[in-house]
Design a protein around this ligand. Structure first.
Ligand code: ADP
Ligand code: ADP
Length: 232
């Protein structure tokens, strides 16, 4: 479903030049939960942001379905991005908007009517287990609840692919487990493909089908989670 070939990202600053993602080749299957693990600075975040082109690549391709994301013009990229949801470590919620308004935001941008929006938002709120909290503000929610809002918002436009950027790294272990359970539930119910990056081994162990280990911009190991972690 997703084919990544020769993907590169080089950052050039006044002080130095660094290859954050170095000639990466990777195929991700439809419906799988694919994990990328590595130490801080390995290039994970740059990699995941290249998939929806929040970062411009220095070279290579990211083909999703039949579209090479790296070659799309602005308007086609905007349309392609509706099929890609993203969940962030620090939730990236709008603090002056309620739970329902945060989740409605991508639907508003996509031009959905008010009546349809209302129904869709309620479905999403029920799906992530926030029924009754529609009118709460993010500041009134726990970390886990905030991430549930982030997940609901990421699913609003019914994406085929979900990118999770350290989605549980700001949460305590118990809350992490409940958010990972929710991701598995969504993966199974909707057949959604999930790519997640993390520095936490237990996240990979708990929910990923396959894993890639990243070091200095390269994939140094890849395979089924059990194989990679049992035969280092
Ligand atoms: P990870 O997510 O695994 O911690 P990152 O993708 O954030 O790794 O970073 C990979 C490397 O690229 C690091 O050396 C980091 O300092 C560098 N880097 C990331 N973003 C930028 C940027 N905007 N400008 C310059 N260097 C960057
Ligand atoms: P981070 O944790 O990554 O520093 P925050 O969670 O503080 O980010 O903010 C996430 C998003 O919410 C950002 O896009 C930020 O601009 C926005 N934001 C933060 N505080 C407010 C606020 N008081 N009112 C409106 N938007 C806010």
């Amino acid at each position: 479903m997703i084919s990544i070939k020769g993907l590169r990202k080089q950052y050039v600053t006044k002080e130095r030049q660094i290859i954050a993602v170095d000639d990466l080749d990777l195929d991700i299957k439809e419906g799988e939960i694919f994990g990328v693990i590595g130490y801080s600075g390995a290039g994970k975040s740059t990699f995941i942001r290249l998939i929806n082109r929040l970062e411009e690549p220095s070279g290579g391709s990211v083909t999703i379905g039949d579209k090479d994301i790296t070659r799309l013009k602005k308007n086609d990229l905007r349309i392609a991005r509706q099929d890609i949801g993203m969940v962030f470590q620090h939730f990236n919620l709008l603090w002056s908007r309620t739970v329902a308004e945060n989740i409605a935001f991508p639907l508003e941008i996509a031009g959905m009517s008010k009546t349809d929006r209302k129904q869709r938002v309620q479905e999403l709120i029920d799906l992530v287990g926030l029924t009754g909290r529609e009118d709460a503000y993010p500041s009134e929610l726990s970390g886990g609840q905030k991430q549930r809002v982030g997940i609901a918002r990421s699913l609003a436009n019914k994406p085929k692919l979900l990118l999770c950027d350290e989605a549980t790294s700001a949460l305590d272990p118990e809350t992490t487990t409940s958010i990972l359970d929710l991701l598995v539930d969504i993966n199974e119910k909707m057949g959604l493909t999930i790519i997640l990056i993390t520095h936490e081994m237990q996240v990979i162990r708990k929910i990923c089908h396959r894993v890639a280990v990243m070091e200095e911009g390269k994939v140094v190991e890849m395979g089924d989670v059990l194989d990679v972690f049992l035969h280092p």
